[in-house]
Design a protein around this ligand. Structure first.
Ligand code: IFM
Length: 395
């Protein structure tokens, strides 16, 4: 039984970090597809976001003060390659400073290459709908490996590739706002190839680098435990949602990166295939997402079969009142610890996110941050819930 007094023990060397992505915190990513749609009024404006581009040193210091020993950040491709084949040396120098600051503060550096945004020139040319996207991504990965590779400890090529394909090409809520039936599958196939090509490109420069993706995973349960159809549709959702992509890139991953936010109770529905049922018993975040910490444990048990080290690359809660966050973190870490005890090689946990961010189509509303940001003044305030990290024991 986990009480407020229970101390969480994590293995020595375990990475306890926070995550972020460039477009959500840096501000003024003017060469990206997102920025363009924001100016057209199709998305909330990100503007200066958390101005992390200029305040990264202050933010990383706060991560240390909170008691973290790692950071996951992303590089903004549209800054580094603002025009096709033209590389910005100034931006490479900027990211060198960012990565060296992390090193100076003894924060292990996990770096993502694609976190939802694309350079505008590539988006205009079809993005990952086309093979051009695959080639361009491999070239970008190679360039980063050449110029920043020695400053990167762990690589994430793609963030939540399947979710990206669906949000951008099926549900039409992310650029380029398509609502198609088959295109998401084409994009997913290209993203599998893009990961593989980037993996090869990075390894050609840095053979010992450690590379994966940040996989969006969901814990699915049948709504009626003994119902044949509910069980069948749940099995299918799990296979497609949690394993398909990973199985395709199994040989091209050195570890597994898992983003965990979602629990879904699934009921078979003859018309639509399935319905997601709401469980009133589960606490909900400000975004209405049901929280289910045990899910992380059940998922980790499933991912054991890949026999690779696992990092929780994202897990977090939108909670402006800050009255659920510390318990949320503690509960999830408790189940991560249980997975370690079960013999699963879990090496790290990154909370989403370090500061409040621009939450994509939801704008600045949802507050995920360990650090509260006043987006008018850019003032930072460490949230009380972060005290939980000081209660963790490494043994
Ligand atoms: O903010 C996002 C992040 O960019 C990707 N994973 C989920 C987070 C919360 O929605």
């Amino acid at each position: 039984m986990l009480t407020r007094e229970t101390k969480i023990e994590l293995p020595k060397g375990f990475l306890l970090g926070a995550a972020s992505s460039a477009h959500q915190v840096e501000g003024r990513n003017t060469n990206s597809d997102w920025w363009e749609y924001e100016q057209m009024g199709r998305l909330p404006k990100s503007g200066l976001a958390a101005d992390h581009y200029h305040r990264f040193a202050e933010d990383f210091q706060l991560a240390c003060d909170i008691g973290l020993n790692a950071m996951r950040i992303s590089l903004e491709w549209s800054r580094i390659e603002p025009e096709e084949g033209k590389w910005s040396i100034a931006e490479i120098e900027h990211y060198k400073k960012v990565l060296r600051k992390l090193k100076e503060l003894n924060l292990t550096r996990m770096v993502t290459l694609h976190h939802f945004t694309l350079p505008k020139w590539l988006a205009d040319g079809g993005g990952f709908e086309t093979k051009r996207g695959v080639q361009a991504f491999a070239r970008f990965a190679w360039f980063v490996a050449q110029n920043l590779g020695s400053e990167i400890d762990l690589w994430i090529t793609l963030n939540e590739p399947e979710l990206y394909s669906i949000l951008a090409y099926q549900r039409g809520v992310f650029p380029p706002f398509r609502r198609k039936i088959l295109t998401p599958f084409r994009v997913m196939r290209n993203l599998i190839q893009a990961h593989k090509a980037a993996f090869r490109a990075i390894k050609s420069v840095l053979p010992h680098s450690k590379i994966s993706i940040a996989k969006n995973c969901v814990w699915f349960e049948p709504y009626r435990d003994r119902n044949f159809y509910d069980r069948g549709i749940t099995w299918l959702a799990n296979r497609m949602g949690n394993h398909y992509f990973l199985e395709k890139i199994r040989k091209q991953t050195d570890f597994i990166g898992l983003n965990y936010y979602f629990y879904r109770s699934i009921k078979f529905d003859a018309r639509n295939g399935y319905r997601v049922m709401n469980s009133e018993a589960l606490p909900k975040s400000d975004m209405g997402w049901q929280t289910y910490p045990q899910g992380i444990y059940y998922l980790l048990r499933q991912y054991k079969k890949y026999q690779k080290p696992i990092y929780i690359t994202e897990n977090g809660i939108a909670n402006a009142a800050d009255d659920m966050r510390s318990d949320f973190i503690k509960q999830h870490l408790h189940w991560v610890r249980k997975a370690v005890d079960f013999g699963i090689d879990v090496r790290g946990y990154f909370y989403w996110s370090l500061t409040d961010t621009y939450e994509w189509e939801a704008g600045f509303g949802p507050k995920f941050g360990l650090v509260e940001v006043d987006f008018e003044t850019q003032a930072r305030r460490v949230r009380d819930s972060t005290k939980v990290f000081k209660e963790i024991i490494f043994s």
